[in-house]
Design a protein around this ligand. Structure first.
Ligand SMILES: [Zn+2]
Ligand SMILES: [Zn+2]
Length: 199
């Protein structure tokens, strides 16, 4: 985890990287771009465009349009200051300067995203030869069920099983009753008469 001091340092370095990028590309160094970068490097973890938009207004007290946010994100992606994730149907972003490689476990049921690191995985990816391709960053997405959803599912399955067993119990009781009353009274539905198969 990065401390508060490191956080400020990291923010400054990210800002410097943005300045270098804007200078190199001859893009304008607008206050909006820096304010958005600043906000992104304050947010812990993943965020959507909508979250960023709200935080710009409520936390940074800096009014920017959704279009500006969108365009700035494209720029920051190109400057390797932000990475984009597709978690199922939701698009999320994340700061990436000095963040280290990490992977994501995504629950397909509730959408919960959990990060994890694995040195073996890292070594395997770095050691993989990618012809005519420059590796910049990577992230693995592992889809599955989180512990909460596993628990919910097992409870649901157990409830289904109980319901099924109850139905079966009723059926056997009915059958047993039917046998007992057989011969005494012609009760209930007539028993199915199986027609002998002609040979
Ligand atoms: Zn879940
Ligand atoms: Zn992440």
């Amino acid at each position: 985890m990065v401390g508060k001091k490191n956080n400020i340092e990291e923010k400054e370095k990210a800002k410097q990287q943005l300045t270098d990028y804007l200078t190199k590309r001859k893009f304008r160094k607008t206050p909006e771009r820096y304010a958005i970068l600043d906000m992104i490097y304050t947010i812990k973890g993943h965020f959507s465009i909508e979250t960023l938009y709200t935080m710009m207004e409520d936390v940074a007290k800096f009014r920017v349009s959704r279009a500006t946010i969108y365009n700035t994100l494209i720029l920051l992606l190109d400057a390797h200051l932000v990475i984009k994730h597709q978690f199922g149907s939701s698009t999320q972003f994340e700061k990436c300067y000095n963040q280290g490689i990490h992977h994501h476990m995504i629950c397909t049921q509730c959408g919960k995203v959990t990060e994890f690191q694995d040195e073996q995985l890292q070594a395997a990816v770095v050691g993989t030869k990618l012809p005519r391709f420059k590796q910049i960053n990577y992230s693995l997405y592992i889809y599955g069920l989180c512990s909460k959803c596993q628990w919910k599912l097992s409870r649901m399955l157990a409830a289904n099983k109980r319901a099924q067993e109850k139905v079966e119990e009723k059926e056997t009781n009915k059958k047993a009753k039917g046998k007992k009353t057989k011969g005494k009274k012609a009760e209930g539905k007539p028993s199915i008469v199986r027609s002998p198969k002609a040979k």
